[in-house]
Design a protein around this ligand. Structure first.
Ligand code: GDP
Length: 381
C-alpha cells in the first residue's frame, strides 16, 4: 500500500469510526473494524517512513505532505524517567483514564538503547497489556535502526501520522539516557520527568539539564513513602524555581498561570468558575503520583490541561510548535549536508590525510575545516 491508499485509509477510517460512534451506537462491531483498519494503516505508514529505500522515502514524503492539513491538533506529551520509575505503569493508567474520557491515545517510544543493540528498554507491547489491546490506543516501539537523530526524525513524522489518523493525544516516551530527553523535549508540547520519592534527598543525582527541560516533574511511587515524596516535592519545587528561567525561554513560569480545563475537549468546563479565582496562581511544577494505586492521575491531567489553556492564551503553545517545526527542518538539512559533504569526491579524497593530521596534532582543527570547506566550494573562499 502506498501513499495515496495509506492516506485514504488513515483519514477515511478515522472519520468513519467516529461518525459511526456518534450516529449509530448499536454498531460497535463496525466501529471496531474501522478502528482496526485505522490502526493497521497507521502501523504500515510508520513502517513506510522508517524504511531506508529511496523509493519508500519518496512515498513517505508524499504521504506526509498529503496528511499535513490534518495534523497538529493533538496534545504532544513527552514522558521520561529511568527504567523502573514507573513509566509504563503510569502511561497505561493515564491512557485508560483518557480513553474513558473519549480521547484516542498513541504512544511512541524514543529509545537510544534500541539503536545501539537492536534490543529495546521501551515500547515492548507486553509492558502495557491493558492499553495495547484497547481499540482507542496505538502503541509503537522505538525504531531499532539508525542514530538518535534519525530516530528523532522518524518520531517527529510518526507524530504527524498519528494526528492525521485521529489520535488526539500523543505520548512520546523515553528513558533517561544520553541526549534522548533533550530530543523528546524538542518534539513535544509538555515534557514530563518522572522521579522516585527519594530523589529530593539527592538533588545532585538529578541532572540539572534535564530539570531545566522539564515542564512538570512527577514524584511516582508516593505510596511507598509519603513523607519522602512530600519532601522531594518541596525540594524539587524550589530547585525548579531556581532553574526556571535559565533554559528554554519558552519555559517562562511567569506565563504559566492557572486555568483549569480539559486540554482538548473542554471537559473541565464545569470547573471553570471555581478555578477562575485561582487564575493568578502559578501552575504547579511538581506533583505526587502513585501510578500503581492510580492516585494523582486526575490531578496530573488537570494540571496538563491548565498548562495548555494558559500557554495557548499567552501564545507560548503555538510559538513552541513553530520553533520545533523549524528546528526539525534545520536538523534534517544539517545532517544531510554533512553526509553529502563527506561524500563529495574532492572532500572525500582529502579526508584521510586531514583526519590523520588533526588526530596527531600536526594540523589545527579550524584550519583543517577551512581546507575541507574550500575544496567543497570548488576553490572559492
Ligand atoms: P518503567 O521501566 O519506567 O516503565 O517502570 P514500570 O512501569 O515497568 O514499573 C517498574 C516497577 O515499579 C513495576 O514493578 C511497577 O509495578 C512498579 N510501580 C510502578 N508505579 C508504582 C507506584 O506508583 N507505586 C509502587 N509501589 N510501585 C510502582
Amino acid at each position: 500500500m502506498k501513499a495515496q491508499e495509506l492516506a485514504q485509509a488513515l483519514l477515511g477510517s478515522g472519520r468513519r469510526a467516529s461518525a459511526t460512534q456518534t450516529t449509530d451506537p448499536g454498531s460497535s462491531n463496525q466501529t471496531q473494524n474501522w478502528e482496526a483498519l485505522n490502526r493497521r494503516a497507521l502501523a504500515k505508514s510508520i513502517t513506510l517512513l522508517e524504511s531506508t529505500l529511496p523509493s519508500d522515502r519518496a512515498e513517505a514524503d508524499a504521504l506526509i505532505s498529503m496528511l499535513l492539513p490534518h495534523t497538529g491538533q493533538s496534545l504532544r506529551l513527552g514522558i521520561s524517567g529511568v527504567p523502573g520509575v514507573g513509566k509504563s505503569t503510569f502511561i497505561e493508567v493515564l491512557g485508560l483514564y483518557l480513553i474513558n474520557k473519549g480521547h484516542k491515545l498513541a504512544v511512541l517510544a524514543v529509545d537510544p538503547s534500541s539503536t545501539v543493540s537492536g534490543g529495546s528498554i521501551l515500547g515492548d507491547k507486553t509492558r502495557m497489556e491493558r492499553l495495547s489491546v484497547n481499540p482507542s490506543a496505538f502503541i509503537r516501539p522505538s525504531p531499532s535502526r539508525g542514530t538518535l537523530g534519525g530516530v528523532a526524525e522518524k518520531t517527529r513524522e510518526a507524530i504527524l501520522l498519528c494526528e492525521a489518523a485521529g489520535y488526539d493525544i500523543v505520548i512520546v516516551e523515553t528513558v533517561g539516557v544520553g541526549q534522548s530527553e533533550t530530543t523528546v523535549s524538542l518534539m513535544t508540547d509538555l515534557f514530563v520527568l518522572m522521579q522516585l520519592p527519594n530523589a529530593g534527598d539527592d538533588l545532585q543525582a538529578i541532572k540539572k539539564g534535564v530539570m531545566e527541560l522539564a515542564d512538570l516533574v512527577l514524584i511516582n511511587k508516593a505510596d511507598l513513602d509519603p513523607n519522602a515524596a512530600t519532601r522531594a516535592q518541596a525540594q524539587i519545587t524550589s530547585a525548579m524555581r531556581l532553574y526556571g528561567f535559565h533554559g528554554n525561554p519558552s519555559k517562562s513560569t511567569q506565563l504559566d498561570q492557572g486555568h483549569d480545563q480539559d486540554a482538548l475537549h473542554g471537559h473541565g468546563h464545569e470547573h471553570e468558575q471555581s478555578h477562575k479565582a485561582q487564575s493568578s496562581t502559578p501552575l504547579p511544577k511538581v506533583l505526587q503520583l502513585s501510578a500503581l494505586q492510580e492516585k494523582g492521575i486526575e490531578n496530573f491531567w488537570q494540571t496538563v490541561s491548565a498548562y495548555k489553556v494558559s500557554r495557548e492564551k499567552s501564545g507560548l503553545w503555538s510559538e513552541r510548535r513553530r520553533s520545533q517545526a523549524l528546528a526539525g527542518m534545520w536538523e534534517r538539512v544539517d545532517s544531510e549536508l554533512k553526509r553529502s559533504f563527506k561524500e563529495y569526491p574532492p572532500v572525500r579524497s582529502m579526508l584521510p590525510n586531514v583526519l590523520a593530521g588533526v588526530g596527531n596534532g600536526s594540523l589545527a582543527p579550524t584550519v583543517a575545516a577551512r581546507q575541507l570547506l574550500f575544496a567543497y566550494k570548488g576553490g572559492h573562499a
